[in-house]
Design a protein around this ligand. Structure first.
Ligand code: GLY
Length: 357
């Protein structure tokens, strides 16, 4: 009989496994005990997720021999900042966590990013475990060790790399997500499909992602693992994972972060796919297929912000290096390439792929 649990090894330093499947939360304590000597586990979560899962996760960690304490911060991207990070650090210190203890991130991308950052700088680094509860964190942010908080000047401007000791993804947690939250994750899954190839892309090109949720997450994580293993610190091939993110981050910034990350990335992906075709960079037409997959998942394929406004916002982003900016260009489904372009060409590239919502 086929196992309901998928396990993927991420061969970084240190290496760790990502376990994916239904009902896995009940095994989170045991899985943590498999990689860490039972210690004090500081569970960090937000006010929404705490109501759903905190009591159970505390129980599962205690049953596996950990002693637990928990910190709950207010839910929402607007709380992903230095003040919340400082509260988490003060909580860890107040609980007298030592270097042999661990932090457990229970929640979506905001929680994972902040709890991971706190784990990476508290006492110059303690171990941490990711328990992703959103589709977006399951397919992308819980794997690869990027952590961050937003600064007043922009998103994710302060952070560090810290690979988790384990990631435990209970696909049942995704059943409570709103259609908008699900669509956010779908955007990153479609992006990964464009990067990795037909096998994943065709699974995301549907109006019923739930049918293949576990397989989509597994394929996204497996692909991301191969990329992160080659370039843990994001100096080369890992930057291809930013497909759609240059225009996407610009759309988020133009909306003052009123447009959600996944929705902005979807529009950014559509813009760069159309631009690639229009400018003769694509090997095979794929923009129409990408846009159809996005639309099936209730995601936008355009924006009302002008190419000039997007270019201005993109050039303030951290992906700019001197007079050039790196773009990830889709060539066909399963093949994308990095291209460095002069900053003054960015507006015309966006214009070549621009459509309004
Ligand atoms: N989310 C892109 C990365 O982890 O590099």
């Amino acid at each position: 009989m086929e196992s309901t649990i998928q396990t993927i090894l991420v061969n970084t330093k240190p290496k760790y496994t990502v376990s994916i499947g239904p009902g896995l939360l009940a095994q989170c304590g045991e899985l943590a005990a498999g990689v860490l000597t039972p210690c004090r586990a500081a569970i960090v979560t937000d006010s929404t997720v705490a109501k759903l899962y905190l009591a159970r996760v505390e129980e599962y960690f205690q049953a596996a021999g950990f002693s637990v304490c928990a910190h709950v911060f207010p839910a929402g991207e607007e709380h992903k900042n230095l003040s919340t990070l400082s509260e988490i650090l003060e909580f860890l210190a107040g609980e007298q966590l030592t270097r042999s203890d661990c932090v457990v991130a229970l929640g979506g991308g905001v929680c994972g990013d902040m709890a991971g950052f706190a784990a990476g700088c508290y006492l110059r680094g303690v171990k941490f475990i990711q328990l992703p509860t959103t589709f977006l964190s399951a397919v992308d942010s819980s794997v690869g060790g990027k952590t961050a908080v937003d600064l007043r000047h922009g998103k994710n401007l302060a952070g560090l790399f810290l690979q988790p000791s384990a990631v435990v993804c209970d696909t049942d947690c995704l059943q409570t997500l709103s259609p908008t939250e699900l669509a956010d994750g779908a955007a990153e899954a479609i992006k990964t499909g464009v990067l990795s190839g037909e096998a994943l892309f065709s699974l995301t090109d549907t109006d019923d992602l739930f049918r293949n949720l576990k397989e989509i997450i597994t394929r996204c994580v497996a692909f991301k693992a191969t990329v992160v293993e080659q370039d843990e610190l994001d100096n080369g091939v890992r930057r291809t994972l930013n497909l759609g993110h240059t225009a996407g981050h610009a759309i988020e910034a133009c909306s003052n972060y009123g447009i959600r990350h996944g929705h902005a990335v979807a529009a950014g992906l559509a813009i760069i796919a159309r631009a690639s075709e229009a400018l003769g960079w694509a090997e095979e037409p794929c923009a129409a297929r990408i846009c159809a997959a996005l639309q099936r998942n209730n995601l936008p394929t355009g924006t009302d912000y002008s190419p000039a406004a997007l270019a201005r916002a993109a050039l303030a982003d951290k992906k700019r290096r001197g007079g050039e900016i790196s773009l990830v260009i889709p060539q066909k489904i399963g093949k994308c390439e990095m291209k460095s372009v002069p900053v003054e060409e960015l507006e015309s590239i966006f214009a070549a792929g621009w459509e309004n919502c």
